[in-house]
Write a protein that binds this ligand. Structure first.
Ligand code: FE
Length: 344
């Protein structure tokens, strides 16, 4: 964006998430979208690296013949197969597709942080694969070879294409709805449903005292992802305020339908992860869990619940529930925050 020499100062009230025609993307302050700055500060305070977590226990358990059953190994590898490519998909969407259309500099600040966090998550999965000596070809190709992962990745990527197109520009009713659709799919469905459901599988292992290093990686990742999800929800709700004409009844129904489709795809994935069921987790129990979190994502952006089910895994709410997350990490937050000043 070129600058013009002028004495007319930028008016913060002209600032918009998208289409901030008179906004200046180089001027961070004064800020309008304070949620983005808060997310940026929280992300920095929570900085972590995968290699800080010991994988020794996991390595021993994975090598042993007596700890993990064949079904448990399959579930672990399938979830990892989804994760290894999913955060790259999320990173690419931010950096290559959505970032350039965002005209709020404080939102851009957080998106830079978010993109880096997706890289750390991709690093974490690579670190797990490497530590356990898994077949990299097998794990990283799962999103092409395993139907249920392929279906999820293709679904998500189809919403990246529209705004990734070099000719795409915000500023028309259709284009702005397209942008909003992209954020809804990536935040509510990819980060809010697909990731959370897969996190839950890893916590299932942890509850059995299995693969606890991997689960600890996932705990750090989940804390970052809960910020990504919140940020996406804030973006959606801010655009709704700034451009209310976009949020038509038809468009609302469209987002509900997409979330329902995401829920269906996630159930299919659960059937692949648990063809039989492991330690009390199975595809049917997961179906209800997926529906429960889908309803929560919908209500956060003002859309109606679709399933009205209770949480079938109450123990999971301690680990995963967004509102309780602070308690969950209570003992760890201090530890994380000194991470920035580690003595090397
Ligand atoms: Fe993310």
């Amino acid at each position: 964006m070129p600058i013009t020499k002028t004495e007319k100062r930028v008016d913060i009230n002209q600032r918009r998430i998208i289409n901030g025609a008179d906004a200046d993307v180089m001027q961070l302050s004064p800020m309008k979208h304070k949620f983005a700055w808060e997310a940026y500060l929280a992300g920095n305070a929570n900085h972590w690296l995968p290699t800080e977590i010991t994988m020794q226990n996991d390595i021993e358990q994975w090598k042993s013949d007596s700890v993990l059953t064949a079904d448990e190994r399959k579930a672990f590898k399938t979830v990892l197969g989804f994760f290894t490519t999913a955060d790259s998909i999320a990173a690419n969407n931010i950096v290559l597709a959505s970032y350039k259309h965002v005209t709020s500099p404080e939102c851009r600040m957080y998106m830079l942080r978010q993109g880096y966090e997706e890289a750390i998550h991709t690093h974490a999965y690579q670190y797990i694969v490497e530590s356990l000596g898994l077949d990299e070809g097998e794990i990283y190709n799962m999103y092409r070879e395993v139907d249920a992962i392929y279906e999820k990745a293709s679904f998500i990527l189809s919403f990246n294409e529209g705004i990734f197109d070099p000719n795409f520009k915000t500023g028309t009713f259709e284009a702005d709805q397209k942008f909003l659709e992209n954020i809804a799919v990536f935040a509510l469905i990819l980060e809010g449903i697909f990731f959370y459901s897969a996190f839950a599988v890893m916590f299932g292992f942890q509850r059995q005292n299995k693969m606890i290093g991997s689960a600890e990686q996932i705990q750090y990742i989940m804390r970052d992802e809960s910020q990504h999800l919140n940020f996406g929800i804030n973006i959606i709700n801010s655009i709704k305020e700034e451009q209310p004409e976009l949020w038509t009844p038809e468009f609302q129904q469209h987002i509900v339908d997409l979330v329902k489709e995401g829920t269906r795809l996630e159930y299919t994935f659960a059937q692949t992860v648990f063809p039989k069921g492991i330690f009390g987790m199975n595809a049917e129990g997961f179906k209800q869990y997926i529906e429960y979190i889908a309803d929560r994502r919908l209500t956060r952006v003002g859309l109606p619940e679709q399933f009205g089910v209770s949480n079938p895994f109450p123990w999971m709410s301690e680990a995963i529930d967004l509102n309780k997350e602070k308690n969950f990490f209570e003992t760890r937050v201090t530890e994380y925050q000194v991470g920035g000043t580690l003595d090397w």
